[in-house]
Design a protein around this ligand. Structure first.
Ligand code: ADP
Ligand code: MG
Ligand code: ZN
Length: 480
């Protein structure tokens, strides 16, 4: 009989914090600037320069800790992790080993298999390294220190996950929480969220963990799922041939759909960690912690509860609208203006989601104002525009926050529900199509649609359908 294996996974997730300046100096953290323009003696490791901790980094890290039920270490400290690499000009990275800012948290996840908790071992603060560029010049590697000193938190989970589904649910949950806090945009593709996957397998029922490997370079959920599957199979094959799994760091190549060994696993002791003598310990006072706690936004579960009480919209709508804070705010503000929660929700879940997907954008990128959305709904209700015009107007709002009134006027989209104009058009349609009138009066309902079409065409599509329908019926009744 073939053996059954269980997969065991723990994650180390790095998140770039959304501070304006770096963790230990005043340089900008903006992404995409010309190489080596956001640098200074501190973040390029010049001798004699001294780091000064950015207060906002501590506040974001503690907020993420509070949102994940962690204990906050009231007196935490930074340590030096020593290693040489050209993207690391100090020859050490300032990180936290002995007293990380957060410990012992947990995150609830939900998969098809049900709900469970993933425990958080710790969250620590550290600085990012620079970036090596290998391909631009032949035989020469270049280094850009703009990223050097950008603040990171590393969230280390316990080995509590058992499948790719659970890993993805965990990452999505973290991403949702951190984005709600505004602590990071958590974009895997841009590297503001990076996950290293530690994976081992063991025989089902075994009480001890197997030897794990760590996989790096995973920059999409799809890559993570594929890497987990690939590594699981590789380890099972080794074990079933009686060979050992070697504890090492492996690099996932998503194009080849395979990983290869990068280096043997290093130990904390290899790095000669010691407390950084340039930085005093960080004391988080009772008042400071209270201020951080009071500043936390309403979280998703609380928001969902409130939506159920206040808006009377379907559960499905609630789950979509509360997935991002931006979306939820748009919903609440537009609803406050027009008083029609379901209609606002329909625009957000329908056209908005469709256009976001089409443009590869996130809710945070939305540009249209709640005022304009409320106005568009009002215009539709007052039948100043018809459904297809509303969709076109909405596209212009999505694109550049166009004012719906001005746009509709400029584009000549306003419907005509002026009865006289409609009556004239309807009378002409009847006069020009006596056969259809006869058919309709003879019981052929289809002729009605044809006559409506004639009116709409005469009005260049701008007739209010309800008004046109009513007038056409009146005229036909008079004939009948
Ligand atoms: P290190 O700091 O040396 O990388 P840790 O013990 O802190 O090692 O663990 C790092 C990550 O590896 C954690 O997310 C942890 O959950 C995970 N991990 C530890 N042991 C295993 C294992 N046997 N199988 C899978 N994951 C593991
Ligand atoms: Mg590690
Ligand atoms: Zn700097």
């Amino acid at each position: 009989m073939t053996k059954q294996y269980e997969t065991v996974i723990g994650l180390e997730v790095h998140v770039e914090l959304a501070t304006k300046t770096k963790i230990f100096c005043g340089c900008s953290t903006a992404f995409g600037a010309a190489p080596n323009t956001h640098i200074c003696p501190v973040c390029t490791g010049m001798p004699g320069s001294l780091p000064v901790l950015n207060r906002q980094v501590v506040e974001y890290a503690a907020a993420v800790g509070l949102a994940t039920d962690c204990e906050i270490t009231r007196l935490c400290r930074f340590d030096r992790k020593n290693y040489f690499y050209p993207d690391n000009p100090q020859n050490y990275q300032i990180s936290q080993l002995y007293l990380p800012i957060c410990r012992n948290g947990r995150v609830e996840i939900e998969t098809a298999a049900g709900k469970k908790y993933v425990r958080i071992h710790e969250i620590h603060m550290e600085e990012d390294a620079g970036k090596l560029i290998h391909d631009e010049w032949e035989d020469i590697s270049l280094v850009d220190y703009n990223r050097s000193g950008v603040p990171l938190i590393e969230i280390v989970s316990e080995p509590d996950m058992r499948s790719a589904d659970e890993v993805i649910a965990y990452l999505e949950k973290l991403r949702l929480l951190i984005r709600y806090l505004g602590a990071s945009d958590c974009k895997l593709q841009e590297g503001s969220m990076r996950a290293d996957v530690n994976l081992s397998v063991r025989e089902a029922g075994s009480a001890v963990f197997g030897t794990r490997t760590e996989m790096k370079n995973l920059n999409s959920f799809k890559a993570i799922a594929r890497a987990i599957e690939g590594e699981r199979e590789r380890q099972i094959e080794l074990l079933s041939e009686g060979k050992p799994v070697i504890q090492e760091t492996r690099r996932w190549d998503d194009n080849k759909e395979a990983s290869r060994a990068m280096r043997s696993k290093e130990d904390a002791k290899d790095y000669r960690y010691f407390p950084d003598p340039d930085l005093p310990p960080v004391f988080i006072s009772e008042e400071w912690l209270k201020r951080i706690r009071d500043g936390l936004p309403e979280f998703r579960t609380e928001k969902m509860e409130r939506y159920r009480r206040e808006y009377g919209i379907p559960e499905y709508d609630i789950s979509i609208l509360t997935q991002s804070r931006t979306m939820a705010e748009l919903f609440e503000r537009a609803t406050a203006l027009c008083g029609q929660p379901k209609k606002v929700s329909n625009w957000l879940m329908g056209e908005t989601m469709r256009l976001l997907k089409e443009n590869g954008e996130e809710p945070e990128d939305l540009r249209f104002s709640p005022e304009h959305l409320a106005e568009l709904i009002g215009m539709t209700d007052r039948r100043e525009i018809n459904g297809s015009a509303a969709k076109k107007i909405f596209e212009a709002m999505y694109d550049r926050d166009a004012d719906p009134q001005t746009f509709a006027e400029e584009m000549g989209m306003k419907t005509v529900n002026d009865d006289d104009a409609l009556r004239t058009a309807a009378e002409r349609a009847l006069a020009e199509n006596p056969k259809s009138v006869e058919d309709y009066l003879g019981g052929r309902e289809k002729a009605f649609g044809f006559l409506m079409g004639q009116i709409m065409r005469a009005m260049k599509g701008k007739a209010d359908p309800a008004a046109a329908n009513r007038i056409l019926k009146e005229l036909l009744e008079q004939k009948g």
